[in-house]
Design a protein around this ligand. Sequence first.
Ligand SMILES: Cc1ncc(COP(=O)(O)O)c(C=O)c1O
Length: 463
Amino acid sequence: MMQSDYIRSVGQDLEVPLLDGSYRRYVNFDNAASTPALEPVWQGVKKFMQWYSSIHRGAGFKSQLSTWAYETSREILCDFLGADASERVVIFGRHTTDAINKLANRYPFQEGDVLVTTIMEHHANDLPWRGKAEIVRIKSDEKSPIDPQALEEALKAQNGRCKLVAITGASNVTGLINPIYDLARVAHRYGAEIMVDAAQLAPHRQIHMGRRGDEAAIDYLVLSGHKMYAPFGAGAIVGWPDIFQQGAPDYVGGGAVKFVAEDEVLWKDPPDKEEAGSPNVVGVVAMALAANTLMRIGMDTVADHEARLASRLLDGLKKIPGIELVGPDFYDKDSRVGVIVFNVEGMHHSKTAAILSCEFGIAVRNGCFCAHPYLKYLLKYSEEEAHQLREKLRNNEDVELPGAVRASFGIYNTPDEVEYFLEAIEKVARGDYRGDYVKDPDHGDYWPRGFSIDFRDFFNFTV
Ligand SMILES: Cc1ncc(COP(=O)(O)O)c(C=O)c1O
């Protein structure tokens, strides 16, 4: 495979139907939500599928090969994350949400323990912790990542009660990159551990989890394969094995046990203990293929590529009248991953996204990006406004949901796509679009009247 194929995604040249009846090559700027498979990942999956079989308990050659591939994937992931596989445990699951839920269920919190997190978090790194420990949320201003000084003050105030700091590596809303190694140092100094939600960081920047005893070591890290070009349903926790050695797993069944009697269970050691049921072997192998592919491309190349696209997009957006940036108005690769969020003045974010999709073939995400507290903060919603919205939603009343439009980049996106996006959004901002966009009362999203697509023309469950 040529080097250039390493940055091609599957389906990259597909055309999609537009409102005027024409077709246009799809531009996917929704990579923070999920990424397509990169070509080498897909080729690797196809190769592996010939050898796919049940793992761990099969004597057949394919079972043994599949078991080896599954177990080796743990080492590849450690390599990718700058962790030493011999002292870490890698627990595979479905995605980041799954991983954080497991960590929240298994972390040995005691009565009165505190978890420090931030206002920047995706709901996946907020909701699972509720009820497990007392939660303290720190924040920064809207243009800055979390300041280690703010963490230090929070930890000082907790007087040794904080056991874990759970923080995003990069925000899925502003793209801001948190100084995770400095934060780790502070956490450790105050006797706490740190967990990094790397769903947005791992596919975009080099990570170095470090070794036991390092002041700046990342204790636990979670990620999703589908955000790193391996959309086959696997995710992982990488961390210290100790907490998983104690107690019973949160999810139980076959594969997790050494011995089961009617009145007793002997658990295996982690990671097996924490992976009950038949694992997603293909998903895990795909994630390892993605890690290998990213290592081959080089994370510096990834960061430089993103910086080129994101800086150009940001500069271009700033020159378009009527564009309101949300969050930081600068871009540099050390401060942000390639996520840019904005609104078109006077236009609902859902309508902007619908016009981009239906009239330009451009995919973006809109809404609150599963980070309601952060959006409330960034959009400067007052307590009163938030309260009114909450009451209307509680009563199932019709509301205009607040939010914004997000463009996010992958390694396969091109400068030409950014130029096309800027032309498109400039037209949208000056009202140069043709559809009559109406709000669907059921889900609140906008769509052009009379535009319907028969998806069976594109995919009909046959080959
Ligand atoms: C920062 C962050 N954390 C966690 C998640 C949840 O990831 P998943 O849906 O793969 O569990 C996301 C998804 O967008 C995210 O952006």
